[in-house]
Design a protein around this ligand. Structure first.
Ligand code: FMN
Length: 326
C-alpha cells in the first residue's frame, strides 16, 4: 500500500508507533520499523541527551530501516534540556521527528537544516493548520478517544479526521482508537494517509514493559479509561485503577482550587513504577479506549501483517464486492 505517508517517510506500511513514555525504547521502535512501519523512540524517557544518543545507536544496531524520535513539549516543573536532546537527534542521524504538546516552531529550523522530516501531533483542526503553516511536513491527528493527552476540545475521530481532510494540505495520519485493518481502512476513507497507534503497540511481545501492563490492557474494555487533570487543562486519558480513583476524588473535592501538587502522588514518577515494576495501581498512566479492541499480545510483525492483510481484504473484497453487486 502506497500513501503520502509511506512515501514521505520511506516506509513499507502506513503504520506509525507513536512516542510513549517508558514504552518507546529502542526494542519496540526497532521491531516496528523492522516490520515495515515507523518505530519511534521517546526522547524524554531517556534521562539525558547522552542517554538518548546511546538509545539511538542501540536502535540502529537492531534495524537498518527508518525510525524516528518523539520530542514532547508538555508542562514540566523543570524543563528538560531540549537543545541537548535535539543535538542528540541531529548528531545521531535520525531523519524523522514526532513533536507533540506545544508548538514546535522554535525547533523547526534546526530540524529542517539537518534534513529531518517533522510530524507534529495535534488534537484539533486549528492546531493542525498551525503546524502546517509553520512548516511541519505532516501531522498526526489525535481524536478524543486516544490514550494520553486528547486536548480540551473532545472531538472524536469520526468528525476530526474528515474535518482535517477538508482543511489540510500536508498529509496526516489518524491517531487514537486505531487497532486493526478496519481502523486503517476507515482512516484512509476519511482522508488520512495512515494510522498512528499507541495503546495497541503496548500490548505486543516486543514492548519492553511489565507483562502485567500488557495483560491489564487485554483485560480492559472501552469503558475502563478515565480523563484526569481536566481542571488543570492538561487532560490525560488513563486506565482506571485505585490511584486514579483517588486522584478523581481529589479533583471532585478540591474543584477549581486544585493544583498540581495536590495530585503529584498519583501523577509524578508513575511511569517507571508501572511500566518497569508492574505496580499498576499507583496512579495515572495513559491508555486509550481502544483497549476494548485489544484481545491478545502478538509480536509486532504478526500485528502489522494482520492489519495490512485485513485492510486489503476489506478494500478488495468487502467494499469492492458491494460495488459489484449494484
Ligand atoms: C502509555 C502511553 C504513553 C504515552 N506517552 C506519550 C508521550 O510521552 N508523548 C507523546 O507525544 N504521546 C504519548 N502517548 C500518546 C501516543 O503516542 C498516541 O498518540 C496515542 O496513544 C494514540 O492513541 P491510542 O492509544 O488510542 O492508539 C502515550 C500513549 C500511551 C498509551
Amino acid at each position: 500500500m502506497k500513501t503520502k505517508i509511506t512515501e514521505l517517510f520511506g516506509i513499507e506500511h502506513p503504520i506509525i508507533q507513536g512516542g510513549m513514555h517508558y514504552v518507546g525504547f529502542a526494542e519496540l521502535a526497532a521491531a516496528v520499523s523492522n516490520a515495515g512501519g515507523l518505530g519511534i523512540i521517546t526522547a524524554l524517557t531517556q534521562p539525558s541527551p547522552d542517554a538518548l544518543a546511546r538509545e539511538i545507536r542501540r536502535c540502529r544496531e537492531m534495524t537498518d530501516k527508518p525510525f524516528g524520535v518523539n520530542l514532547t513539549f508538555l508542562p514540566a516543573r523543570v524543563p528538560p534540556d531540549y537543545p541537548g536532546y535535539l543535538k542528540a537527534i541531529v548528531d545521531g542521524g535520525v531523519k524523522i521527528v514526532e513533536t507533540a504538546g506545544n508548538n514546535p516552531v522554535k525547533w523547526l529550523p534546526v530540524l529542517h537544516e539537518a534534513g529531518i522530516k517533522v510530524i507534529h501531533k495535534c488534537t484539533s483542526v486549528r492546531h493542525a493548520l498551525k503546524a502546517e503553516s509553520i512548516g511541519c511536513d505532516a501531522v498526526s491527528v489525535d481524536g478524543f478517544e486516544c490514550g494520553g493527552h486528547p486536548g480540551e476540545d473532545d472531538v472524536p475521530n469520526f468528525i476530526l479526521l474528515p474535518r482535517s481532510a477538508d482543511e489540510l494540505r500536508v498529509p496526516f495520519v489518524a491517531s487514537g482508537g486505531m487497532a486493526d485493518g478496519r481502523s486503517l481502512v476507515a482512516a484512509l476513507a476519511m482522508g488520512a494517509s495512515g494510522i498512528n497507534m499507541g495503546t495497541r503497540f503496548v500490548a505486543t511481545q516486543e514492548a519492553p514493559v511489565h507483562q502485567k501492563v500488557k495483560e491489564a490492557i487485554v483485560a480492559a474494555t472501552e469503558l475502563d479509561t478515565r480523563l484526569v487533570m481536566r481542571p488543570l487543562r492538561n487532560t490525560e486519558r488513563v486506565l482506571n485503577n485505585a490511584g486514579v480513583e483517588r486522584l478523581l476524588e481529589k479533583e471532585r473535592r478540591l474543584g477549581s482550587d486544585i493544583t498540581f501538587s495536590d495530585i503529584a502522588e498519583e501523577v509524578a514518577g508513575i511511569y517507571p513504577r508501572v511500566m518497569k515494576d508492574g505496580e499498576l495501581d499507583v496512579g495515572a498512566w495513559s491508555c486509550g479506549m481502544v483497549a476494548g479492541l485489544i484481545h491478545d499480545i502478538p509480536n509486532v510483525g504478526e500485528l502489522i501483517g494482520r492489519i495490512m492483510r485485513q485492510a486489503e481484504e476489506i478494500v478488495a473484497e468487502r467494499l469492492h464486492g458491494m460495488l459489484g453487486r449494484r
